[in-house]
Design a protein around this ligand. Sequence first.
Ligand SMILES: C[S@@+](CC[C@H](N)C(=O)[O-])C[C@H]1O[C@@H](n2cnc3c(N)ncnc32)[C@H](O)[C@@H]1O
Length: 483
Amino acid sequence: MSVQNYLQKGLQQDIHQRFKTKHRTPWYNVPVVWIPEGVIFKRSHLYPKLLKNEARVLFTDTAYRICPKEGFNIDSIIYSFYNSLTLIFCELNGRFYGGGVLELTPKEFKGLPIPYKSISEEQFLDFKKLFTKSESIEQILQQNDTQLLIGLELTSSDLERLREIRQKLLIHRLKNKMNLPSLIKHWGIAIQSSFLDTSVSTPVINVASVSQRSPFRYPGGKTWLVPRIRQWLSNALTKPQKFIEPFAGGAIVGLTVAFDQLADLVILVERDEQVAAVWETIINTQDGAEWLANQIATFELTPEAAEAVVSSRTRIIRNKAFKTIIQNRINHGGILAPGAGVLKHGENGKGITSRWYPETLQKRILDIAKIKQRLKFIRGDGFEIIRKNLRNNKAVFFIDPPYTVSAKKAGARLYKYHQVDHEELFWLASRIEGDFLMTYDDAEEVRALAVKHRFETRLVAMSNTRNTTMTELLIGRNLDWVI
Ligand SMILES: C[S@@+](CC[C@H](N)C(=O)[O-])C[C@H]1O[C@@H](n2cnc3c(N)ncnc32)[C@H](O)[C@@H]1O
């Protein structure tokens, strides 16, 4: 439609008689329209776009018009705008909505600190080319940060930190709102753990406040996580039908869930024959718990007696269970894997008896037997049980596989079965229709897998038996309940 026809149509519809048009001459003239030298879009996704209006177009209120003050020019303003510090202030001054979009008002935009540097026309042309050549805004920022911020007496490690801060703010804004792998692509760099949640804001759990239910002292045991498990499950809308612990070990989490009746049924799975023998005896065998408790209560623990039990070769499950309990109590750190050393001095020079509390063990075993209708133990592969229950949306999984980044406590020394396909495990977790919670050492490789599957991560504090505070990474689909 030609402009003439368009105006004619307006006249036919009496648009010229309306409130605003009646006061304009000619009626179709829109006042306060001027062609800006530059514009900034009110809303943005990965970063605000400040553009030069080379096409001399008019803008509606989706973009703010920019007219440089005297002594400044638009090329240099645009160039100086793209640096990590200014973009951090965009994130901080602006606000974002549910969908993750960032919005800046004119006042907020005017309040942004811009380390202004005057550049030539040629420099601006080169700068413009960067936007077509670069794979991500990160590359542009990297270059501009050095050019603009070094002048502010910031060191290169300060610049690194600024970039991390901006990326952290960006993740916070866009979390769950976009495909994280594509976010990484935009950055053109891998996510480093430091961008995410290095600061632990959650309180450290006092392990002494948690009832010990397991007869094991287990390497990598998750007693410290018990309060969090309660938080997690109490946050669910309905009580889970099945609570599955595919890498049960000492099973403190699963046992607590069964004792506290936080799920209808708890399924424990463990591959290690020795550990499994204990659970089979207590949970799956008629009178097994009573037998085992009695063996423990009547056993006189001496180095010779212990040696006799430990060196015995037996195929009988309950004997194997007893042997396992003894080994677990006399070995360093409760380690059952081949090559584990025996406690020589133990606590207060008590040697192998320093961890031997027969009455406590007896009670724990008998208590578990009392709730065995809510427990099921399977000796086998944790992966299998996950696969079998993937589609059950009333099943929740607590996944604590053998994994450690620390060279000192290499997984191989802690567990006989320490090799697990973590890629596969994350993939399986992504197909779980119910809920799940995983716990891992905080490692780059683990975080990358979490990002790949769009899982959330939270670094939480834990204290070990020596009261040293350490951190552990929780992984799940939605960790809003972690407070
Ligand atoms: C980190 S530990 C679990 C500790 C446990 N959450 C606790 O609090 O005591 C990992 C356990 O997974 C077991 N494991 C390794 N591979 C397995 C597999 N494929 N299926 C089942 N269990 C496995 C190991 O024997 C070890 O006991």
